[in-house]
Design a protein around this ligand. Structure first.
Ligand code: NAD
Ligand code: GLY
Length: 367
């Protein structure tokens, strides 16, 4: 069964996120039901070298059945593809196809394809619509919604990009069947992050269903995706451009997580494993910065630890010097005035974004 979440962001057109088994089959039809696509014809499907062979034919068939004329481009899978030269090749391909302002871009893949395609769409002819068809759990629960697009620079990740909301999101849970286990767990870390930041209701639901989630139960995954999309839509509605001190909450666990990835070498640990470690650290840091006289933070740390363990995200055994981790955290583009900003959680749905001194961070890392 498919479900639909409507994302409503002030100053933007509302858009639907359709979640469920087989929803790619209705992609073309669903797009035709959107007024601005009633007479659209040219579509560029951007995918990657892993996802294309699995799902491109289905997407193109669905588009063709609804009268769209779809071309496609498959970029190499992997983070290196989020680069301005790859974007430039796609802009050129669109120009050579004589695509005008009435075309649309479909992003078929994980967050890499979603971010790249969103960036290409938001800049080609000053902006043509993008439709997200996420195929990783991470992309379904996080990156396909909310409108952040990006490419990387040699100097750092996601340094160039736009805020550009998609016109439609089609999350076909059948595609998750082929997702490698490591990528599944990356998505689980983002689900856990959302549940902790969101509410008791989401957290305890996830705790109850964590074993099923780890075992990739399709119904549980679909509900988790829906809950994450509702949560993220609510956050983005309050702070579309991450300038009101709200959207940064989505960075929970990522400050140390990114530093671990940088210090241990990208790929040594998965992004999800590093984020889970960052979530554990953010609670320890909360206790030291905000205090824990009643032991409530320790109790929450245990519950969060149980959740992460059950999702297959155990504590990491890694070696990195605290000073190196701190130096890596200093590169976080969310910092202000040289201080590292953390999302600290004292309890479920009880968090704050606060600068933390180098000394406090080093002490917490050393312990
Ligand atoms: P990814 O896009 O690299 O996908 C992971 C791997 O899985 C790739 O090798 C891909 O080819 C493969 N894959 C994808 N779907 C598959 C499927 N159904 N079956 C088999 N293989 C499949 O990684 P990701 O984790 O989806 O996304 C990470 C990216 O997302 C990063 O660049 C990150 O910066 C970005 N991101 C963006 C936002 C945002 O709000 N825009 C949020 C979080 C992350
Ligand atoms: N994933 C972080 C954001 O969308 O803000």
């Amino acid at each position: 069964m498919a479900t639909k979440v409507i994302v409503q962001i002030p100053g933007e057109a509302d858009y639907a996120v359709r979640i469920g088994s087989g929803v790619i089959g209705k992609l073309g039809q669903n797009l035709r039901e959107i007024e601005r696509f009633a007479r659209a014809r040219d579509v560029l499907v951007i995918t990657d070298s892993n996802v294309g062979p699995l799902y491109l034919a289905k997407v193109k068939a669905s588009l063709a059945n609804a009268g769209f004329k779809a071309a496609d481009v498959a970029v190499p899978a992997g983070e290196d593809t989020k680069a301005v030269d790859v974007a430039a090749e796609i802009w050129s391909a669109m120009a050579q196809l004589s695509f005008g302002r009435d075309c649309l871009v479909v992003a078929l893949g994980g967050g890499v394809v979603g971010d790249l395609a969103g960036f290409v769409a938001s800049t080609y002819m000053r902006g043509v619509p993008v439709v997200q068809v996420p195929t990783t759990l991470l992309a379904m629960v996080d990156s396909s919604v909310g409108g952040k697009t990006a490419v990387n620079l040699p100097e750092g990740k996601n340094l160039v990009g736009t805020f550009f909301q998609p016109s439609f999101v089609c999350a076909d849970t059948d595609t998750l069947e082929t997702l490698p286990e490591r990528e599944w767990r990356c998505g689980c870390a983002e689900v856990a992050k959302s549940a902790v930041i969101d509410s008791d209701d989401f957290f305890f639901w996830l705790l109850e269903h964590a074993e099923a989630m780890a075992a990739r139960d399709a119904d549980v995954a679909a509900e988790a995706i829906q809950r994450c999309v509702v949560f993220k839509a609510g956050v983005v509605a309050q702070d579309k451009t991450e300038s009101a001190g709200v959207r940064e909450c989505l960075n929970y666990g990522h400050t140390l997580g990114h530093a671990i990835e940088a210090c241990t070498g990208y790929g040594t640990f998965s992004h999800g494993a590093a984020v889970a470690e960052g979530m554990r650290f953010a609670v320890r840091l909360a206790a030291s910065v905000l205090g824990d006289a009643q032991g409530a933070v320790a109790e929450f740390a245990e519950a969060q630890g149980d959740l992460l363990d059950t999702l297959g995200l155990p504590p990491l055994d890694y070696e990195a010097a605290p000073r190196d981790l701190l130096a890596a955290m200093k590169h976080d583009k969310k910092n202000r005035g040289g201080e590292v900003r953390f999302v600290l959680a004292r309890d479920i749905a009880t968090w704050e974004i606060t600068p933390v001194s180098d000394e406090t961070i080093l002490q917490a890392l050393a312990s």
